[in-house]
Design a protein around this ligand. Structure first.
Ligand SMILES: O=P(O)(O)OC[C@H]1O[C@@H](O)[C@H](O)[C@@H](O)[C@@H]1O
Length: 324
């Protein structure tokens, strides 16, 4: 297929709009027939909006977010790669979140559910500056899909394209900022009794107690070997977020609370009350890829009316369609 034909095919298949966002930065807008939508900035490959079919925003983005390189955008879904947080010698959370990604007009074959046609493929390859700090050649393909019922799916495919025969190792997270009505009314289910590393206590290992997780102070924990489904219940909004993940064993839970909120220039003093980060991640056991090898990490988010009680995390019931 000629390159022009490939571009045309991609446009026919992907009914998306590309326009200018904040500070003239390019963004892609995905819209589903029933009214849900999502926005992704090429800067960072960063999701900045996910709305349900009533037009309600489901992600938190700070009103003080700075949409200006090299600062990463505060909120939405930053991609942490090739390093999560300060677990290594690179800048905090790696460099993918403050690089310019491109639209991948001709991605390699990808198994797609035939009912989901609203998606965009992005690609990130290292620039010279990256090779100086992380001397590896890679192709990072990100597919962002909006399902017919408004679910948001992110699939990352990372390939080692080194020609020097060297493997590379990375850690990763989808650093999702969920919008919540009031953090003190929120409960997370699915992480009870698990081991976690507490980033506020030198990454020491502890075991979570048996109750659902609630919030009354700063939290920064990496839950290990977590189930593939986690739920965030927002009592006030009567809304439940369900996170499904694959290839991402860990889950980071972060809320900076009042003192750290005040110390962040791109975060409002009271913003901590209205957000919660639950991040599907691969941190404890870094991923190693040999040249030619590819890794996949997938996250699927749904927002549904809260219709179940405490201790009954049953996404089959939550998601009326009973999908697993
Ligand atoms: O301010 P940043 O670099 O976006 O990071 C925010 C937070 O991200 C979380 O994932 C980390 O666990 C926290 O330790 C960190 O403070």
């Amino acid at each position: 297929m000629s390159s022009t034909a490939a571009v045309t095919a991609a446009i026919e298949r992907v009914p998306v709009e590309i326009c200018k966002g904040m500070n003239g930065l390019e963004k892609v807008v995905l819209r589903e027939a029933r009214g849900s939508s999502a926005e992704v900035y090429l800067y960072g490959g960063h999701i900045t909006s996910w709305k349900n079919d009533h037009g309600e925003e489901l992600l938190f983005v700070s009103s003080k977010a700075i949409f200006k390189p090299p600062k990463p955008i505060r909120g939405g879904i930053p991609i942490c790669f090739p390093q999560f947080s300060n677990h290594g010698f690179l800048e905090q959370h790696g460099f993918a979140r403050n690089r310019f990604w491109s639209i991948d007009t001709n991605p390699p074959p990808f198994p797609t559910n035939s009912s989901t046609k609203t998606f965009v493929d992005l690609i990130l390859k290292p620039i010279e500056e990256d090779m100086k700090i992380w001397p590896h050649s890679f192709e990072f393909r990100l597919r962002v899909t909006l399902g017919p019922s408004g679910d948001l799916m992110l699939t990352s495919r990372i390939r080692n394209t080194n020609t020097d025969g060297k493997p590379f190792t990375f850690t990763f997270a989808y650093h999702t900022y969920f919008s919540v009505s009031d953090i003190s009314e929120v409960r997370v289910e699915g992480l009870e009794t698990l081991d976690y590393l507490d980033s506020l206590q030198n990454k020491q290992r502890f075991t979570e107690q048996g109750d659902a997780i609630t919030f009354e102070s700063e939290v920064d924990k990496i839950y290990l070997s977590t189930p593939t489904k986690i739920a965030i219940l927002d009592h006030e909004k009567k809304r439940t977020f369900v996170i499904r993940k694959d290839g991402l064993p860990d889950a980071v839970v972060w809320n900076p609370w009042d003192k750290k909120a005040k110390a962040m220039a791109d975060f409002g003093d009271d913003d901590y009350k209205h957000m919660l980060c639950v991040e599907a991640a691969a941190v404890e056991k870094p991923i190693t890829l040999k040249p030619g090898e590819e890794w996949r990490g997938r996250q699927e988010l749904s927002a549904v009316p809260s219709s179940y009680c405490s201790g009954q995390l049953d996404p089959q019931r939550v998601l009326l369609g009973g999908r697993n």
